[in-house]
Design a protein around this ligand. Structure first.
Ligand SMILES: [Zn+2]
Length: 168
């Protein structure tokens, strides 16, 4: 059973086990669980950007003139680094949702892939690419989920545990 909406993270406490998310409208069911989720945190990056910029602007104004250039350069560098981080994360939200019968990959609130559990034989986390790769009984690649970032390892374990309960 879900505690948070896979798409927007809204807390579903107190709501029926099968319902639609009041925040984004995602229709969820009682047999769903989230294997892994990665949310776009653009807001946090923008907030960080503003705080760093303001702090360094204040520092630049208060320090001696000979340090003003250094403070300004540090501010520009910090803004570039944070801006790059924000650009990389823009609009990238991913979730792997498991139901009794299917594995569903959602990206930015849209379903991208849906694979029957019976077709998935193995799952591995490829360190080189960061992809979570699922294979069928013959070892053929069924699907790969990318962009899970740091959540990839945990998601792989959750999918393995889910596969292990097969047939029960
Ligand atoms: Zn939602």
């Amino acid at each position: 059973m879900l505690t948070n909406c896979p798409d927007c993270g809204y807390l579903l406490r107190g709501l029926p086990a099968t319902h639609a998310c009041p925040e984004c409208g995602y229709a969820y069911t009682a047999d769903m669980e989230i294997a892994g989720v990665r949310r776009a945190r653009l807001g946090l990056w923008v907030l960080g950007l503003i705080i760093v910029w303001r702090t360094l602007a204040v520092v630049a104004l208060s320090v001696e003139r000979r340090w003003a250039n250094t403070a300004f350069e540090a501010a520009v560098l910090a803004v570039l680094v944070l801006g790059w981080g924000a650009w990389r994360r823009r609009g990238r939200s991913r979730a792997i949702v498991l139901t009794r019968e299917h594995l569903i990959e959602r990206a930015d609130g849209v379903e991208r892939q849906r694979v029957p559990r019976s077709a998935i034989w193995s799952v591995e986390w490829q360190l080189s690419t960061g992809d979570i790769v699922m294979r069928d009984r013959d070892g053929t690649r069924l699907l790969a989920v990318s962009g899970m970032g740091r959540a990839a390892g945990k998601a792989t374990s959750a999918i393995q545990a889910w596969l292990a309960t097969k047939g029960t």
